[in-house]
Design a protein around this ligand. Structure first.
Ligand SMILES: [Cu+2]
Length: 487
């Protein structure tokens, strides 16, 4: 269900001034002690158009059909999961009035969008929680075009698992106009035989393993999602992993999509969409041309957990062939920070856990096992538990390398708010990724190195995107200070 947007025109003088400021500003990135490096192109400020798209999102309990014929108790924005798709042109402003009709506090985070700090939607850090019956107004002009998503950032292990999320598309007028431009929000649901969500959102099993994984896969909140296409059609498909914990590896069968964007931003060079792991939070935009001799259904599924894909949607090809529009496959300007692989990290983040069971004597463990009470279990970053967390510091414009070490046997998709980063190594081997990210998956006992160009001043959250891990401690702060020497 869509809420009508209400475009309003701001004073043109403000727009003109912003345009002038955009032209005179000089952006460089430095590596401490080194000469200036090329700044990532995304740091260039957006010129606001003055168009404001206003949405009212009402978070409330709802009954909805994930599977045809079954009503499931969900929590949704405006009565459906996903909530309304927010689609704007780059430079436009989004204003969202969040109304909380849930039985508990909530907030909205705009995943991947470099919003002003006060709009980031982290309760207790960037705003107070929005209590039942209250409203909160979010307003920002996304500085980057691309595929993003919004979701609750309060008790995500239940609120996101119950359906509180939706898509945001910021269209770039400079990019080619695809005849078909679709968003697939992929999710999984842990449901019982009656079609209801498993109510144990704080499951100890999920907590000390890799979170809540469900058997029921949906796209855009339903099974059986089908994208209708014609032979020869050229499609932009935006895939978002909105799951609480499940990693998906999209499999397109005999189709040959090409990746054009990762985590919102255009990739530096295109590559086939084969064996790409999308962790919770990750996005992938692909350019897909349907072969002119194709007919019938093409299954798209997840191949992360096995050799046979688990179907989550279909592309149904029928009818006469259409002309395939000719335009270059989009690419972006991506800085090359791979040379930092030999540098000392500016920060090291170690992922571990505290387990009362593991700390207990064998007699105590026997008692705990008998009573199925395993005591406290918490996820830690550098030995600390949110909100008593460590703060990593950075200065705007000074490139940083962060080493993240997973000392646990579980996977952790680490998400940084407020900035993009580049993954440069896994287990000290170069990865040669030619794109930016806002979320990177660490598998068991893996070490990664990322490079961040701190671009947005503020005290930002960095956390695991497995919702139950974040809820039980796995978050810390990344504080970007203004560069006072620059002015
Ligand atoms: Cu985790």
């Amino acid at each position: 269900m869509h809420i009508p947007t209400t475009p309003k025109r701001a004073a043109t003088a403000v727009v003109a001034l912003a345009a002038i400021l955009a032209m005179v500003a000089v952006f460089t990135i430095v590596r401490s002690g080194d000469s200036a490096l090329a700044a990532p192109s995304y740091i260039e400020p957006v010129t606001p158009t003055g168009e404001v798209h206003e949405y009212r999102l009402v978070a409330a309990p709802t009954s909805g059909a994930l599977v045809e014929g079954t009503e499931t108790d969900l929590w949704t924005y405006n009565g459906s999961t996903p909530g309304p798709e927010i689609r704007i042109t780059h430079g436009d402003t989004i204003r969202v009035i969040l109304e909380n009709n849930l039985p508990e506090a909530t907030s909205i985070h705009w995943h991947g969008i470099r919003v002003p700090h006060a709009m980031d939607g982290v309760p207790g850090l960037t705003q107070p929680p929005v209590e039942p019956g209250e409203t909160f107004v979010y307003e920002f002009t996304p500085p980057d075009a691309g595929t993003f998503w919004y979701h609750s950032h309060q008790r995500g292990n239940e609120q996101i698992a119950r359906g509180l999320y939706g898509a945001i598309v910021v269209e770039d007028p400079a990019e080619p106009d695809y005849p078909v431009d679709a968003v697939w929000l992929v999710d999984d649901w842990l449901v019982d035989d009656s079609g209801q969500l498993d109510p144990d959102f704080d499951s100890y099993e999920d907590l000390h393993h890799s979170g809540r994984w469900g058997e029921l896969l949906t796209v855009n909140g339903t099974t059986g999602t089908t994208l209708e296409a014609a032979p020869g059609q050229r499609i932009r498909l935006r895939i978002v992993n909105t799951a609480n914990a499940r990693v998906i590896r999209p499999d397109f069968g005999s189709l040959d999509p090409v990746v054009i964007a990762m985590d919102g931003l255009p990739v530096g060079e295109n590559f086939p969409a084969v064996d790409i792991d999308l962790a919770p939070g990750n996005r992938m935009d692909v350019d897909l041309t349907i072969p002119t001799d194709a007919q019938g259904d093409f299954v798209v599924g997840d191949r992360y957990t096995g050799s046979e894909p688990i179907e989550f949607a279909r592309i149904s090809v029928a009818g006469d062939s259409v002309d395939t529009p000719e335009f270059p496959t989009p690419v972006g300007d991506v800085a090359d920070w791979s040379g930092l692989i030999d540098d000392q990290p500016d920060h090291t983040v170690t992922i571990s856990f505290f387990s009362e069971f593991a700390e207990a004597t064998s007699e105590e463990q026997d008692e705990m096992l008998a009573g199925e009470q395993f005591g406290e279990f918490l996820w830690t970053l550098n030995g600390r538990v949110w909100p008593d967390a460590e703060t990593l510091t950075a200065t705007e414009g000074e490139l940083q390398k962060i080493r993240i070490v997973n000392e646990s046997g579980q996977m952790h998709p680490m998400h940084l708010h407020g900035q993009f980063f580049q993954l440069i190594s896994r287990n000290d081997e170069p990865v040669n990724e030619r794109h930016y990210r806002d979320t990177v998956l660490l598998t068991a006992f893996q070490t990664v190195e990322i490079v961040v160009a701190p671009s947005d001043v503020g005290n930002w959250l960095m956390h695991c995107h497995i919702q139950i891990h974040a809820e039980y401690g796995m978050a810390m702060l990344y504080q970007v200070e203004p560069d006072t020497a620059a002015s």
